[in-house]
Write a protein that binds this ligand. Structure first.
Ligand SMILES: *[C@@H]1O[C@H](CO)[C@@H](O)[C@H](O)[C@H]1NC(C)=O
Ligand SMILES: *[C@@H]1O[C@H](CO)[C@@H](O)[C@H](O)[C@H]1NC(C)=O
Ligand SMILES: *[C@@H]1O[C@H](CO)[C@@H](O)[C@H](O)[C@H]1NC(C)=O
Length: 132
């Protein structure tokens, strides 16, 4: 009987382990690459750089940072509809944060990204937003 229960617990644990990392993650952001670069949409010849933002947060001891940023920030004059977004992770050692789309984006006038750092690590992204 004990053995059955242990086997069940192991099975449940395995299912949880398999399921947790999927779901909300970008397909390619926090994968095996050392930098978590990512882009949305396709850059065309006519696209102009609308906004460029460097998002930097220093590391926080034993903490994971988790917050949203919107580009452009509220109150900034809007330049138009977004057609392409690129995000460059300035960390090259795999310790950089991950960014997830959390609102707006291509086809909208702003984009909200949810940023999550790794425990004990900071954030350093360059976000370029294009449109035409
Ligand atoms: C790694 O980066 C390359 C080049 O930017 C990209 O094509 C590839 O999809 C990335 N792979 C993962 C797992 O993030
Ligand atoms: C982003 O755009 C949406 C839709 O236009 C708007 O409701 C929202 O307030 C904007 N967010 C910011 C932070 O400007
Ligand atoms: C990510 O972007 C940075 C900055 O442009 C670049 O140095 C790096 O090679 C890129 N990494 C990948 C995996 O594409």
């Amino acid at each position: 009987m004990m053995r059955v229960i242990v086997a069940l617990l192991v099975a449940v644990g395995a299912v949880l382990l398999v399921q947790v990392p999927s779901g909300y993650a970008w397909p390619e952001s926090c994968g095996t690459n050392k930098t978590h670069n990512f882009s949305f949409g396709r850059k065309s010849f006519y696209d102009k750089l609308y906004y460029t933002v460097q998002e930097v947060k220093t590391r926080s001891f034993l903490r994971k940072l988790s917050y949203d940023i919107t580009v452009p920030p509220k109150g900034t004059p809007l330049k138009g509809v977004i057609s392409y977004i690129e995000i460059y992770d300035q960390y090259t050692d795999g310790n950089g944060a991950c960014a997830y789309l959390n609102g707006g984006g291509v086809g909208n006038t702003n984009v909200t990204l949810h940023i999550k750092s790794q425990r004990n690590q900071g954030v350093n992204f360059i976000i370029n937003v294009y449109g035409h």
